[in-house]
Design a protein around this ligand. Sequence first.
Ligand SMILES: Nc1nc2c(c(=O)[nH]1)N[C@H]1C(S)=C(S)[C@@H](COP(=O)(O)OP(=O)(O)OC[C@H]3O[C@@H](n4cnc5c(=O)[nH]c(N)nc54)[C@H](O)[C@@H]3O)O[C@H]1N2
Ligand SMILES: Nc1nc2c(c(=O)[nH]1)N[C@H]1C(S)=C(S)[C@@H](COP(=O)(O)OP(=O)(O)OC[C@H]3O[C@@H](n4cnc5c(=O)[nH]c(N)nc54)[C@H](O)[C@@H]3O)O[C@H]1N2
Ligand code: SF4
Ligand code: SF4
Ligand code: SF4
Ligand SMILES: [Mo]
Length: 897
Amino acid sequence: MINLTIDNKKVQGQEGQTVLQVAEANGIHIPTLCYMEGVHENFSCRICVVEVEGMRNLQPSCSVKAAEGMVVRTNNEKVLSARRTIVNLMLSNGAHNCLSCEKNGDCQLQDAAYELGIEAPKFILKSENDPGIDDSSPMIIRDNRKCILCKRCVIACNKIVDNDVLGLAQRGSETVVVCDTDKPMGESSCVQCGECVQRCPVGALIEKKSVGKARSWETTKVRTTCPYCGVGCQLNLHMKGEEIVKVTGVEGAQPNDGRLCVKGRFGYDFIYSDERLTTPLIKQADGTFREASWDEALDLVANKFKAIIAKYGPEAVAGVSCARSTNENSYQMQKLVRAVFQSPNIDHCARVCHAPTVSGLMKSFGTGGMTNSIQEFANTKLLFCIGTNMTEAHPVASTFVKNGARNGAKLIVCDPRRHRLADYADIFAQMKVGSDVAFLNAIMNVLINEDLYDKEFVRDHCENFEELKACVMKYPPERGEEISGVPKETIIEIARMLGTVKPAMLIYTLGITEHTCGTDNVISVANLQMLLGNIGKENTGVNPLRGQNNVQGACDMGALPNVLPGYQSFTDPAVNAKFAKAWGVDSIPAKNGLMIAQMLDGLLDKTIRGLFLFGENLVQAEPDIAHVEKCMAAAEFLVSTDIFMTETTRFAHVILPAASWCEDEGTYTNCERRISRVRKIKNAPGEAKPDWWIFKQIAKRFGHEWASNSAREIWDNELAVLCPSFAGVKYYRLDGDGIQWPCPSEDHPGTQILHKDGNFTRGKGLLVPLEWTPPAEVPDAEYPFVLSTGRRLYHYHTRTQTGRAKGLNDLLPEEYADISDIDAGRMGIADGEKIRVWSRRGSVEVTARVSERIQPGLVWMAFHYREGNANWLTNKAYDRVTMTPEYKACAVNISKL
Ligand SMILES: Nc1nc2c(c(=O)[nH]1)N[C@H]1C(S)=C(S)[C@@H](COP(=O)(O)OP(=O)(O)OC[C@H]3O[C@@H](n4cnc5c(=O)[nH]c(N)nc54)[C@H](O)[C@@H]3O)O[C@H]1N2
Ligand SMILES: Nc1nc2c(c(=O)[nH]1)N[C@H]1C(S)=C(S)[C@@H](COP(=O)(O)OP(=O)(O)OC[C@H]3O[C@@H](n4cnc5c(=O)[nH]c(N)nc54)[C@H](O)[C@@H]3O)O[C@H]1N2
Ligand code: SF4
Ligand code: SF4
Ligand code: SF4
Ligand SMILES: [Mo]
């Protein structure tokens, strides 16, 4: 502690703090335009100047360190006059007209001018060359005439989100902020994350969509959780009545500390779309839909399901839950299927995604969740990222990985594509699709042979080491190279880095799970981290980034065919009785239910006669669209609740209109097991209703009276009571950063790190020997290319939401096929030309994107649009344990059109 005097007040500060920090901490206001906590480099605005006794010139308080006995004056005439001069200069150097400025009322320059009593700028230094307005970007307007060169945006882009787009350049006689090498923003490498906009203290960077709408005094802020990916970013919705006029990230909040990606910041307008479903719809004999009342539609659904169950038994019906929607809704859905229909057949899209994570990590560790947390990415010493398209699929998580790398952590990236994160890597291993087990075995081979593994951890906390060792001994680096295509020198280099740099975090996503060997792949990465002792400690762990906003939650809620809420077992008589009692029935079906692919096939062979789809667009998202459509068309009775008409609802007999994100209260659970609130800011359109209400009304028609009448009651009175891991989670505790489960009691803070100190949920960690197996379909003479599929930054899945958000379609207007420059050269295909891609299942015409980032022999596509959707081609081959489709590998051919 040091003692100093600021404005005649005796204050204390800490060694190393600046005068600005000490003043702030003691409630003494010093204006600043450039300062940003945590990333501040150097003063540029200079309005934070103060007088320090004994120093001749005024000092920038953001840079001068507080010292024992220092006497500081922050607001005497000398200081104020200097500030006036600076602010005057800033105002008169730019084109400032607060009356018509978007930032009016929320501008720190305006605040400073007001504070200093500046009514009109004194000097008029009209700039020779007007830097003008750049509105080339779909999302952001740059008005350089209002730029005060505080550099906040430059630091935000380079040091917070690490996107490296903005910089300072001399243009003419003046310094300006430029994108890349002075390109218009819309043509630059900018990814439209908007971090620079959020950090700009004035009106030089603003959200295009907010123009004319978002002046601060007309809006109120509501905190909620992003409706897109599993990072679970915290948002402030700036509301004007029922309209969201702007979105900003919640600074200081977990997990995103104010950062957002383009979808979270700009992808909100789908909720206002004219195409929202507003009334129940019933299919008529001619195949068209007619509007119906809730009573009519719900009676029809209940009567149909009753009839099917009466005639064919409860197992002839099935339900698919929704990972886009809240925990409370998924809980109600599985309760409807299990308690009311008495069917075991409940599943959801974790099946096609991270089901191998849940089963693999359950086997290795005893808990299927991400072991550590996103905040640790920036602090660890080594990041091992395998099979993850993080900059596009979990963009905000990737910013913390990039921060880590910039802070000196080693970064190893393993992927068939040299994607953007690979540009930040110390080692990039461009592996072949489907080679992970062999590649990881080869790394472990080196670790064991060179004695680089954590012997103590393995001895004390793991079992089965000898069996693992015997297996990986069959995978020397040479064999690893042969199968994975990664040079053996690189495999050895990776192993040595892993063996010597601690702590290390392993991060993976679908490049690992969506394979016939998906569960093996997951167990394999768990083997590696156990061997390295990287479990149960800070900045370590096996970290699967879960996909959907609430897919972690939908699993936690028991919307899976093999577990009840909280991963409790229906075969345990006490557990079964507990749930049966709570749900007012004699018992819960005590057998595993069908998985999505089995349900679809069941529609064809008539073992499934009634299917209840809650918010899933299976037709576009499941492998082999032609097959899925055949199954759907064969359905005897199909119900779909959605917020829009989709390619899937076409096949439904009854469509029920649901309330969407922002139209009901509830919770989502992000990939790090954090339960956060989502809040209602508007009413659902027309007759649309919350999904929990819909399920409750159907249950009622079966004679079940469910007590809970809101998401909060469902959580507090049912989930917290029935599930030990959520026992301490109550709504009143969720207002801030939420709680990470397990949280066994109301005085428990939640759990950032699982398996603390090597105490695995299952006791000891299980090392499992695994042999490599190739994908189900490999290239041959007829289909010589590997097709792997995934996502693009600007769209989310089947685009029901991002396709209706202004600007996002401009950023990605169609589907592409990425091919290597070498293949393209050989086949005479130019970037942007149309090609045909076909497999044994189907054929599409798409635009080719030629790239040196793709390895020869690989075609990489997404599934956002109906036309050119990769799922016309993908193979319905499944992970041997979880039936997760092998979306990441099948064989195709291509030709120039
Ligand atoms: N913009 C956007 N973001 C999203 C989504 C979206 O639709 N759009 N969806 C969300 C959902 S539900 C999910 S599950 C996540 C998915 O997140 P990711 O899994 O990160 O996304 P994918 O694009 O499927 O990328 C998989 C990565 O694995 C690589 N890969 C392919 N085959 C192999 C292999 O055999 N081995 C290895 N090691 N790597 C391989 C691919 O090249 C790619 O980089 O994204 C979430 N975020
Ligand atoms: N080729 C290929 N295919 C893939 C993948 C891949 O990597 N490659 N990945 C797979 C993965 S990981 C996933 S998760 C799936 C995703 O597949 P889906 O989950 O089927 O895709 P979404 O487009 O997210 O569909 C969600 C549906 O829910 C609706 N919805 C949104 N909010 C609500 C709500 O509050 N209530 C209701 N009732 N409905 C709502 C949306 O309008 C939409 O129709 O795709 C899979 N398909
Ligand atoms: S940037 Fe600030 S000072 Fe300039 S016109 Fe806008 S509100 Fe006024
Ligand atoms: S929007 Fe994001 S990527 Fe683009 S310039 Fe701003 S901070 Fe950089
Ligand atoms: S990273 Fe994911 S959660 Fe965060 S803003 Fe983007 S889509 Fe939303
Ligand atoms: Mo997913």
